[in-house]
Structures are given as structure tokens and as C-alpha cells.
Design a protein around this ligand. Structure first.
Ligand code: BEZ
Length: 221
């Protein structure tokens, strides 16, 4: 290791990045539905997601899809909140274009973050640079205000609305029933039971995998 690498400077972007289990930083900001405060969403689920810029192709497709399926998030008692550095008036113009061109009204709030202060607090943009192009970060925030899952996509790949719903369903099912959601889990499928920490139960399991692959309770999520 050369001298320059012995004490690498702390990466400020990394230092501010949030992790699963962290409380979501509170903020108050202007949005397309009026002033919003993150902590006002306590008691419900909230999906807070950033997009790189208004009036861009992939972002437009994401907003159309999310607006079309907003009712499905509502059914799960989950609010949606978007965020970008664009001004409130750019948000309005973009939503008007989406309504006129695609016949879809986006009714969930889109927050303006022109100073990047929110994006930086959440690690959506680098703390160092002034590039406003936030990546497509999505935070699943539980009713206690705790970050329970997050995803990060590059600007050139759009998010999957079905996968956002599935992640939310899995988190809610685990909270309601305990257990673990296996790969490709879908609502209505069984959850796995948490594996034992007791060696006697490992040896006492009915077969070699029975102590960690237990289908748990069957039934709908
Ligand atoms: C888009 O949403 O299409 C996009 C946004 C920023 C950079 C590249 C693409």
C-alpha cells in the first residue's frame, strides 16, 4: 500500500448513506400537494423514492406506472413520496404534461430538493459533488419511521412497480406473522420459519434441512 492509501480520506457520500434499521431522517419540504413532513407519515408505511430528473424518459415511465397503481399501495396503507432536485414548478409542468399526454394524474407528493439537502441526508446524491442527478433510490419506511429496505438503481434502469409492491407485501407479512420471505415469495405463499439457534433442535429435526427450511404457517399474506 503506498503512502497515499494508508489513510484514505473518509468518503462523505458513504458516511451519510443510510442503512436498514436506521431511522429515516426527518425533513419538511414543499411538494406538489403542499408542504410535507416525513414524520407526519408515522403510523403508516411510506415509500420515499428519488428520481434523477423531471421530463426524462425512464422517470416518466416510472411515474406513469406508479400513478396507475397508487391505489394498490393505498390498499396496503402505504403512502408514496417522490423527490428530485427539480423545482416545484418543474414538477407541476411535468405532471401536467403526463396528464395531458398519457391521461394519468400523479396525486402522490413530489418533493422539491433544490439544495440537495434531503438527497444528501438520505445518501441519494454524493455529499461531495453538486451533480443533481440523484440515483433511483427507494426507501421502504415502516410505521415507526424506520428504514426497512432500500434499493438503488442507476439512472438508465427503471424500477419495477410489481417488485416494489412485493417487497412491501413481504415486509408487512413478516411483521404480521413472523418468519422469513424466501426467494421469489409472493403474497399468499408460505413464509419460512426462522432457523433454530439450538443444536439439539438441529439434531432433533426430522431431516437434514428441517431445522432451517421449515415452511412455517401456510396461508395468505
Ligand atoms: C431517464 O429518466 O430517462 C434518465 C434520467 C437521467 C439520466 C438518464 C436517463
Amino acid at each position: 500500500m503506498n503512502e497515499a492509501n494508508e489513510n484514505p480520506p473518509e468518503n462523505p457520500a458513504r458516511a451519510c448513506a443510510l442503512r436498514i434499521g436506521d431511522p429515516a431522517p426527518d425533513f419538511e419540504a414543499r411538494s406538489t400537494v403542499g408542504p410535507v413532513r416525513l414524520s407526519a407519515f408515522r403510523g403508516r408505511w411510506l415509500i420515499l423514492f428519488s428520481h434523477p430528473a423531471d421530463f426524462t424518459p425512464v422517470c416518466t415511465t416510472e411515474f406513469i406506472e406508479l400513478a396507475k397503481r397508487a391505489g394498490e399501495f393505498e390498499q396496503r396503507d402505504c403512502a408514496l413520496m417522490a423527490l428530485s432536485v427539480d423545482s416545484l414548478f418543474a414538477h407541476f409542468a411535468w405532471l401536467r404534461m403526463i396528464r395531458d399526454r398519457f391521461d394519468v394524474e400523479v396525486r402522490f407528493p413530489i418533493v422539491e430538493d433544490p439544495t440537495l439537502v434531503i438527497g444528501r441526508a438520505f445518501g441519494m446524491v454524493s455529499a461531495q459533488d453538486n451533480d443533481s442527478a440523484a440515483v433511483r433510490t427507494t426507501y421502504f419506511i415502516d410505521p415507526h419511521g424506520v428504514i426497512r429496505a432500500m434499493t438503488c438503481y442507476p439512472a438508465n434502469v427503471g424500477r419495477s412497480t410489481p417488485e416494489m409492491l412485493r417487497t412491501l407485501d413481504a415486509l408487512q407479512a413478516i411483521d404480521a406473522r413472523g418468519g422469513l420471505a424466501p426467494a421469489n415469495w409472493q403474497p399468499g405463499e408460505a413464509l419460512l420459519s426462522a432457523p433454530t439457534h439450538d443444536l439439539d433442535e438441529v439434531y432433533g429435526a426430522k431431516d437434514a434441512t428441517g431445522w432451517f427450511i421449515d415452511r412455517g404457517e401456510e396461508g395468505a399474506a
